[in-house]
Ligand binder design. Structure first.
Ligand SMILES: Nc1ncnc2c1ncn2[C@@H]1O[C@H](COP(=O)(O)OP(=O)(O)O)[C@@H](O)[C@H]1O
Ligand SMILES: [Mg+2]
Length: 356
């Protein structure tokens, strides 16, 4: 089967500014893929090239195996949802949703049937006769979603669709959009700058920076196996410790740029001497004892009591290492206390120190 969408070395320049560079991506049928990146990283530009509203400066885009690089937008069979959902204020919900079908000269009875079905999918069938102003922000966004799907497009594109909503409503809508997407089974490409949103909704997340893909992977893989220090810091939080691997009488250790030695117990080969970044997530660090041969001694510098979690800033020599512990009801460690940091060997990663 052909991938639903394929970008092949796509680039886009504005004058001599390169907004998207060498963008290659395959999206399989029915997948929910998110482009994640900070503002200006090239997400919308990539989406607009797929929709056909912007021509690539180089490369090719195909939909279901067919090269659409030169094809007009309305022939691409794509549904679009933006942050500013732009419902027609003077039309009812039903008329708004039916609009794309009317444009396509679908018969009236058929429009009524399909509008009803689209509104049922977003759980808004009882609001068919209302006007947009009589709906909440989240309901309006669901109308926009129904309108984008009513003509049964092959692909649904959403560009920061929840950007205008407050936090609670945004979280509700994430669940709702995910439910609808799963029910309908439509291939979806979603754009957001919110990493939690991307992680919770997607089958695959494409992390972009400066117009390039830094890493494309399922959420758990991005978190557990970040390709470089940029990804590790962008997805969740991480201790990123620049340094290099040293070997002494067969025992390997990692020496941070700040001069702290961390014993290594790693599977597989590690390149000695090369500049790397060690990554260890704060919640994967435990307090061991001085008897643990791999433990790193450190001193607690500050304690942040957060109810569920307790956050510690510690210092091992000159190297700051943050620890997050589940609050088990015991007395928290105190500033000035010496602790012994340990973790599973699998939770200590050596990655490229630099991004693309
Ligand atoms: N029409 C345009 N003319 C010039 N520069 C543009 C144009 N559209 C986008 N850009 C630039 O391209 C970069 C990527 O933009 P965009 O894809 O909108 O980023 P994102 O959606 O990730 O925030 C930005 O630096 C932006 O200023
Ligand atoms: Mg954008």
């Amino acid at each position: 089967m052909n991938p639903a969408v394929e970008f092949n070395n796509v680039s886009k320049s504005f004058g001599n500014f390169v907004a998207v560079r060498d963008f290659s991506l395959k999206v399989e049928n029915g997948q929910f893929v998110t482009l994640l990146g900070s503002s200006g990283s090239g997400k919308s530009t990539s989406l607009m090239m797929l929709a056909g509203f912007m021509a690539p400066s180089g490369g090719h885009i195909s939909i279901d195996g067919r090269d659409v690089t030169e094809l007009a937008p309305h022939k691409r069979n794509i549904g679009l949802v933006y942050q500013n959902y732009a419902l027609f204020p003077h039309m009812t919900v039903a008329a708004n949703v039916g609009f794309p079908l009317k444009m396509r000269h679908v018969a009236k009875a058929e429009i009524a049937r399909r509008v009803r079905s689209a509104l049922e999918k977003v759980h808004l069938d009882v609001f068919a006769d209302r006007f947009p102003a009589q709906l909440s922000g989240g309901q309006q966004q669901r109308v926009a979603l129904a309108r984008a799907m009513v003509f049964e497009p092959a692909i649904l594109l959403m560009d920061e669709p929840l950007g205008a909503l407050d936090k609670n409503l945004r979280e509700e809508m994430q669940v709702e959009i995910k439910r609808i997407q799963r029910d309908v089974g439509i291939t979806t490409i979603y754009v957001t700058h919110d990493q939690e949103e991307a992680m919770s909704m997607s089958d695959n997340v494409v992390v972009m920076s400066k117009g390039q893909i830094e890493q494309a992977a399922p959420p758990a893989q991005l978190y557990e196996r970040p390709r470089n220090a940029f990804i590790a810091q962008f997805i969740g939080s991480a201790n990123v410790i620049p340094g290099f691997v040293k070997s002494n009488e067969g025992a390997k250790s990692f020496v941070s740029e700040t001069g702290t030695t961390i014993p290594l117990q790693m599977h597989g080969a590690v390149e000695e001497g090369a500049r790397k970044a060690a990554i260890v997530r704060p919640e994967r660090i435990r307090f061991g004892t001085g008897n643990d041969s791999l433990a790193v001694p450190a001193v607690v510098e500050s304690v942040l009591y957060g109810g569920t979690m307790i956050r510690y800033a510690t210092r091992a020599g000159e190297q700051r290492i943050d620890v997050v512990a589940v609050n088990d009801g015991g007395a928290p460690r105190q500033p000035g206390e010496t602790v012994h940091l340990i973790w599973e060997p699998k939770d200590f990663l050596l990655v490229d120190a630099t991004a693309n």
